[in-house]
Ligand binder design. Structure first.
Ligand SMILES: [Zn+2]
Length: 150
């Protein structure tokens, strides 16, 4: 783990938090005092994802993270919140005890997390994920969001 400012690889841990699927550590560089965050993953068993096309692939947290970050990263607290969302989703998925889940389920879980965090990010992701067919569907999604907030 190298400091993002000076490149030194020695740091002290100021805070550790177990998020379920990863351990988040706040670190302080011993050289320049720069503070940064690192994540250490907890190993998980393989999980298959059944796609709408009918094909299967292994659950890939990095791929999911990229998808979320690319679509809504700028509406939330970028890297940090994206990591939190993916960790929360992983916890839910693995706690179900299944060895296969549908890609659609994962999308819904992302929406659930975004709904708690940021309305714009939620709508933005929903519009991509659900491919709104008409205005009604969009309004339904908005109402869903309001219900979740209430
Ligand atoms: Zn440093």
């Amino acid at each position: 783990m190298h400091c993002s400012k000076c490149g030194k690889d020695e740091s002290k841990v100021i805070e550790s938090r177990d998020t379920g699927s990863s351990i988040r550590r706040r670190r302080e560089c011993i050289e320049c005092g720069n503070r940064y965050t690192t994540y250490e993953r907890i190993e998980r068993p393989n999980l298959a994802v059944l796609k709408t096309s009918g094909s299967r692939e292994l659950f890939d947290r990095e791929k999911l993270k990229r998808a979320i970050f690319n679509s809504v990263g700028k509406f939330i607290n970028g890297e940090i919140e994206t990591e939190e969302i993916v960790s929360a989703i992983e916890d839910t998925l693995y706690s179900m005890g299944e060895n296969e889940v549908q890609s659609r389920q994962i999308g819904e879980l992302v929406l659930g997390e975004l709904a708690k965090r940021n309305e714009v990010a939620f709508i933005r992701f929903a519009s991509v994920f659900r491919q709104f067919k008409d205005a009604d569907e969009f309004v339904e999604t908005l109402q869903e969001l309001r219900t979740k907030e209430a």
